[in-house]
Design a protein around this ligand. Structure first.
Ligand SMILES: *Cc1c(COP(=O)(O)O)cnc(C)c1O
Length: 463
């Protein structure tokens, strides 16, 4: 399988290079040059498999130049760190199916992709005899999943900036209690935006980027999307076995359009998804796009589901490529228009195609908390606030025609404050959170200044 850029000037890239590259040289995002089309028989066989075997089969279709035995080993290793034997179990509550994606080491769904990406990076670097210094900024969740993805790995150091004393206590502890020598937590005296700006400035200094072998683990990496395609197949198989259904809905709480785009790929491969339900919080740019054809940026407002508080969805360009019938020039024009005007307008014909794939809705802060409370009352099951957004929207937009599978993206204890507000008690703690505040920590507090961070990296980077 070869990869190409959405913008059309980069193509013929193999899987290994696509993983190492992240963003394409022309500024676009990488996509496979074709998407395998599976028959109902293929799908029936796949969806019977255990999670790691299924992951191997799906990922193999896109990772042609990795020897099968190596790939199998990487995948098995990636999912052995999960605390549930099924990796991503499906539970049936209150008439809906909840796909629990939070059994990884940091208790959020990003582990499913980042455990795999960390192992893949280590493998590829070992093969090429190279090394990599990963740099990222986090507002909480992604940072810890990335750190757990590469802790202790050979030939990789990771530098993650978080805003000092502005992430939740549990998020800060999850990051700073990782004391492996290749992990560098930088608490910067500033905001998350400062962290993002510093990352951008450092990556913009191409000499520094090159001499330090800087790399990223952001959500546009194709390997992350690919690892997420797997659980759509897995969940479909489990629900089909329980209900004998022909089709399902998936409701996906969405921020950067990564998770739901993986569902879109699964649909294009032939998985019988009637519609993907896109669920947003008050930061509803993607819902406005789907329901009104209006993709225009607004101010980010803080919500109880902070991992979905985004302005521009970094994976959206990938969907545009398919929406525009794989017309690279149309994608280039749209991205230029978006950069210039902060908005995109769509034709009626485009919107008909969007409506064949997606339904969309959003949930306010109050609706999110009310959903957690009502669900808890009815079932005793505690939803995290991100999952609650998906449950609220999914229930609202469907009427039992086919089973509804809601993706659960985080363990409720990661967002304990909002959950407590909703149900009046603390959510149950996963065992590894207990006593975390007494563990050894490692973190450097630095000014939110690009030169200061560069200086720190150059002293600690692998060379
Ligand atoms: C990142 C994240 C999301 C959003 O996923 P996208 O791929 O950005 O759409 C939802 N919930 C949680 C808990 C997350 O960490």
């Amino acid at each position: 399988m070869q990869y190409m850029s959405t913008r059309g000037t980069t193509s013929g890239i193999n899987f290994k290079d696509a993983v190492m590259m992240g963003l394409a040289d022309d500024g676009g995002l990488l996509l496979p040059e074709s998407i395998p089309s599976l028959s109902p028989g293929d799908i029936a066989a796949l969806t019977k498999m255990a999670y790691p075997d299924l992951a191997f089969r799906i990922i193999s279709m896109f990772a042609g130049n990795i020897p099968a035995a190596d790939l199998k080993q990487l995948i098995d290793k990636s999912y052995q760190t999960f605390s549930h034997s099924e990796v991503a179990p499906v539970v049936h509550k209150d008439g809906i199916y909840i796909l629990e994606l939070f059994h990884g080491p940091t208790r959020a769904f990003k582990d499913i992709a980042l455990q795999f990406l960390g192992n893949m990076f280590e493998y590829l670097l070992k093969q090429s005899g190279a090394h990599m210094n990963i740099l990222g900024a986090t507002s909480g969740d992604t940072g810890s999943a990335a750190i757990y993805g590469v802790r202790g790995k050979e030939n990789i150091n990771i530098f993650i900036m978080h805003p000092h004393q502005r992430v939740s206590p549990i998020q800060e502890l999850q990051m700073t209690t990782v004391t492996d020598p290749n992990v560098f937590n930088l608490a910067i005296r500033g905001t998350f935006d400062d962290g993002q700006r510093i990352v951008k400035e450092i990556f913009g200094d191409l000499d520094f980027k090159g001499s330090m072998s800087l790399g990223a683990v952001n959500s546009i990496n194709w390997a992350r999307v690919l690892a997420q395609v797997v659980y759509y197949f897995y969940a479909f198989g489990r629900v089909q076995r329980a209900t004998n259904c022909q089709e399902v809905y998936f409701s996906v709480p969405t921020g950067n359009f990564g998770d739901i785009f993986a569902g879109y790929i699964a649909k294009r491969m032939g998985l019988p998804i009637r519609r993907l339900i896109l669920a947003t919080n008050e930061n509803d740019i993607l819902t406005r796009f789907i329901n009104q054809g209006d993709y225009s940026t607004a101010q980010v407002v803080p919500t109880p589901s902070p991992s979905m508080d985004i302005q521009l969805a970094s994976n959206f360009e990938r969907y545009l490529f398919y929406l525009f019938n794989q017309d690279h020039a149309k994608v280039r024009n749209a991205m230029a228009e978006l950069a210039a005007n902060g908005r995109l307008k769509f034709e009626a014909e485009d919107m008909t195609r969007v409506a064949n794939d997606f339904l969309a809705g959003s949930a306010t802060r109050q609706e999110t908390l009310d959903t957690i409370q009502a669900f808890h009352k009815a079932t005793g099951y505690t939803l995290d606030p991100h999952t609650a957004v998906g449950v609220k929207v999914g229930k609202e937009l469907t009427g039992g025609e086919v089973p509804l599978i809601c993706l659960s993206t985080a363990h409720p204890a990661k967002f304990g404050e909002a959950v407590k507000q909703a149900i009046g008690e603390d959510p149950e703690m996963p065992p590894e959170f207990k006593g975390i505040e007494t563990r050894e920590r490692r973190c450097e507090i630095l000014d939110a200044d690009t030169e200061t961070i560069k200086d720190y990296i150059s002293r600690k980077a692998l060379r």
